[in-house]
Design a protein around this ligand. Structure first.
Ligand SMILES: *Cc1c(COP(=O)(O)O)cnc(C)c1O
Length: 465
């Protein structure tokens, strides 16, 4: 399988080359040139597989021999061995045909672990084989950073630099990143918001001459194809638990960078019957405005109680548009130029195709806090703020009550005590036992200005691998 850029200006690349880089040189994102197709009977035959066995089935065609099957199987098993639930992604019922898919049983308590524990192992395996080293540089609104650090802390061939917006991630999120003591882990708290951090990373990828010795940057943000690939698996998993593929299932996804929900889109394209995909946003609602009113104008970013969704420009939306515009790289390059100047408009036909599958909803802090409170009172179930937004959207958008509606639970509530306490929960929600001493651990991070030279010289001075 070959990988191509969404802007059409790059020769096709191999799986290995794509996972070891970031954006394509033309500014686009890498996507497979064609998707694997699974028949109804093949999907049906996967009902009794374990999560790890299912992951091997779904991901193998994308890896396409770049890694021998036994090695891939071993990497998958290693990646999910640190999850604390035997089902890896259990379902919990919260109403009639209404389900929560808990994706927070990994080591850092957010769904990011599904892709990033695997990506760490995948990169380490590939770098060892090629006798290469890379520098990972990534921006985080909170959860990517800790999952990436956890996934890479034991990788000899990787230095990892994670930028988080200074004082804009929750204390649990920050401590999960800054208390990992390993020489190859570097935390930068940058003045600014998440988009500023992301722009800093983008600028550095575009010109990598600041790195010593010809080192290259690799990405752990969801622009890295391997992350999307690993997230496709749990759509199949959730569906198979609820009568799929005979029964179509719907999913509601708390959305920021559009990576998670894009994986769901790919699952449908690969043959999984999905009735609706609901884009759930907080008050930073550009995707909701885009789908509902074709309004993609940027507005100032608002800080919310669901910080992992405080994003204005969703990178992976470009991957969806590339598919909806029939792989027309030129059209996407033009659209992205429009998006940059703040006036992107989708064609009516593309918009109506998108709306056949996607619905969208905006839930602000107030509505979210109310739903956490109600769900705790009525079902004795504590939602994290992102998941609560997903559930609010699921209820507002669902087309019928017969199709199972699954909300992806993207984080554990203990990561976001502020929102949970505003909802009337009497104390800080308890951290799982492996993190009980988080607040006693020593922190290490460096505060830097939003200044390209300062950040880049910090990186070049601190590479250890
Ligand atoms: C990253 C994250 C999201 C957003 O996921 P995207 O793939 O960026 O859309 C939602 N909720 C939580 C808790 C997250 O960590």
């Amino acid at each position: 399988m070959k990988y191509i850029s969404t802007r059409g200006g790059v020769a096709p690349k191999s799986f290995e080359d794509v996972i070891l880089t970031g954006l394509a040189p033309d500014g686009g994102l890498f996507v497979p040139d064609q998707l694997p197709q699974f028949s109804h009977s093949e999907i049906s035959s996967w009902k009794d597989l374990s999560y790890q066995e299912l992951a091997l089935k779904v991901m193998s065609p994308f890896v396409d021999g770049a890694i021998p099957q036994v090695e891939l199987k071993r990497l998958i098993e290693k990646s999910y061995a640190s999850f604390r639930h035997s089902e890896i992604a259990p379902l919990v019922k919260t109403g009639k045909n209404e389900w929560i898919l808990e994706l927070f049983h990994g080591p850092t308590l957010a769904f990011k672990d599904f892709a990033l524990q695997f990506l760490g192992n995948l990169l380490d395996y590939t770098l060892e084989k090629r006798q290469e080293k890379v520098v990972i540089m990534g921006a985080t609104s909170g959860d990517t950073g800790s999952a990436a650090i956890e996934g890479c802390r034991r990788c000899d061939n990787i230095d990892i630099f994670i930028l988080h917006p200074y004082q804009r991630v929750s204390e649990v999120q920050r401590r999960q990143m800054t208390t990992v003591q390993a020489d190859n882990i570097h935390n930068i708290a940058m003045h600014g918001n998440f988009d500023d951090c992301q722009n800093m990373v983008k600028a550095s990828f575009a010109d990598q001459l600041f790195l010593p010795g010809g080192r290259q940057l690799a990405a752990v943000n969801s622009i890295n194809w391997a992350r999307i690939m690993a997230q496709i698996v749990y759509y199949f998993w959730g569906s198979l638990r609820l009568g799929g593929p005979d029964q179509a299932v719907s999913f509601s996804v708390p959305t920021g960078n559009f990576g998670d929900i894009f994986a769901g889109y790919l699952a449908t394209k690969m043959g999984l019957p999905i009735k609706q995909l609901v884009i759930a946003t907080n008050q930073n609602d550009i995707l909701h405005r885009c789908i509902s009113e074709n309004d993609h104008t940027t507005r100032p970013l608002e800080q919310s109680l669901a910080p992992s969704m405080d994003i204005m420009i969703s990178s992976n939306f470009e991957r969806l548009l590339f598919d909806l515009y029939d792989h027309d790289g030129k059209a996407i390059a033009d659209l992205m130029a429009d998006a940059k100047s703040g006036d992107m408009r989708l064609s009516e036909s593309v918009l109506s195709t998108a709306r056949q599958l996607f619905s969208s909803y905006r839930c602000d802090d107030k509505g979210m806090v109310e739903l956490i409170r109600d769900t705790y009172q009525d079902h004795d179930y504590l939602l994290d703020p992102h998941t609560a937004i997903g559930l609010a959207a699921a209820r507002a958008c669902r087309a019928d009550l017969e199709t199972p509606m699954v909300t992806l639970a993207t984080a554990h509530p203990a990561k976001f005590p502020d929102a949970v306490k505003q909802a009337g929960y009497p104390s800080d929600p308890e951290l799982p036992s492996h993190m009980a001493d988080l607040f006693e651990r020593e922190e290490k991070f460096t505060v830097l200005d939003n200044d390209l030279l300062a950040v880049q010289s910090f990186i070049s001075d601190n590479i250890t691998a």
